[in-house]
Design a protein around this ligand. Structure first.
Ligand code: SAM
Length: 315
């Protein structure tokens, strides 16, 4: 018999069964309280270590290269092209909140993996939530246009040159010969703004290389640098939807695209001495003429390209 049982049976014989049971209950309660009081404190839960906040992104205060004051913004240029070309179809790579897409009132496709359109769109638009590479890899990516080629395209997606180059090369086969491609952020204002690794709040990236690459490899295209605010645009005409050099151009130039920072932006891009004045560009009758000639089976366009080549630069 255990000591506790012996004590209890003696107690029972002295005070009776009921009082002995009550004494046992009291004793148990006291024991429990005592055990709690002397028990070592429970181990503290380890706090999850929060990762240290990343070091603040440096914002180098490099001055912009002086350049002629732009006569309009990229969106004003785009709006002007919509007005003059009256495109049957509009393709936009890089939609964000729909500011540029809202300039279209024609049948449109907008491609962006993370669009967040926050305004009214007046166009018959198909929004595609994916990357441009995945979009162009689809079976019939531009089915929304029912076989009508693209009259106006705006390339403003990922701001790394290999992406923008692929965007142009993948877009061209879908363009009308009378079509116009506009690329944004092509005239960075200093080398920091052109860095592949983003260092500045206003970021152009190294997409300017696309203009250099096309000028180097595609003398059949007319690649016009346009002085728009903030970071310049490029307008490309003379498109050849049947061009067979797409893959060769990409393979030849991808290493140049991937060249690490710092970037060596050509001086004529930085100071915009190679760029045309946006107002003067839109003032030409070329755009309305392109619209008139788009139904011709073999449109003669050299006279229009001559007009464009005649524009003065650096103003
Ligand atoms: C500069 S914003 C576009 C601004 C818009 N075009 C405008 O002017 O109002 C660039 C957009 O490209 C999108 N983007 C990034 N990578 C992309 C990719 N691989 N394909 C298509 N869009 C991409 C981003 O999600 C972002 O919304």
């Amino acid at each position: 018999m255990s000591i506790r049982s012996t004590v209890r049976s003696r107690l029972e014989s002295v005070v009776g069964e009921e009082r002995a049971r009550s004494a046992a209950r009291t004793e148990r309660a006291v024991r429990t309280r005592l055990a709690r009081a002397i028990a070592p404190p429970p181990p503290k839960k380890k706090k999850k270590k929060r990762p240290k906040p990343a070091a603040a992104v440096p914002r180098p205060n490099e001055p912009y290269t002086p350049h002629p004051t732009p006569t309009m913004s990229r969106h004003q240029l785009l709006a002007g092209l919509h007005e003059r070309l009256q495109p049957r179809t509009y393709l936009e790579i890089g939609v964000r909140n729909g500011e540029s897409l809202a300039l279209s009132s024609t049948r449109s496709i907008g491609v962006d993996p993370a669009y967040n359109v926050d305004r009214e769109i007046q166009a018959d638009v198909q929004l595609v939530r994916t990357t441009s590479d995945e979009f162009f890899a689809r079976e019939d990516p531009l089915a929304h246009f029912s076989g009508v080629p693209v009259d106006l395209a705006f390339i403003d997606g990922m701001h790394l040159s290999e992406f923008a180059l692929r965007d142009f090369l993948n877009t061209e086969p879908h363009m009308a010969r009378t079509g116009v491609v506009v690329l944004d952020d092509m005239l960075p204002r200093n080398a920091t703004e052109a860095a592949r690794d983003r260092l500045t709040s206003s970021w152009a990236g190294d997409v300017y290389k696309v203009a250099e690459i096309l000028r180097r490899n595609r003398p059949d295209l007319l690649v016009l640098l346009v002085n728009t605010s903030p970071t310049g645009t490029v307008v490309i005409v003379g498109l050849d939807p049947a061009s067979a050099v797409k893959d060769a151009v990409y393979e030849a130039e991808v290493a140049y695209c991937l060249a690490p920072d710092p970037q060596e932006v050509p001086q004529g891009y930085l100071d915009r001495s190679e760029a045309v004045n946006a107002k003067e560009l839109l003032g030409l009758s070329v755009w309305e003429e392109l619209a008139k000639r788009r139904d011709d089976s073999e449109p003669a366009l050299d006279d229009l390209w001559e007009q464009l080549r005649g524009l003065a630069t650096g103003r």
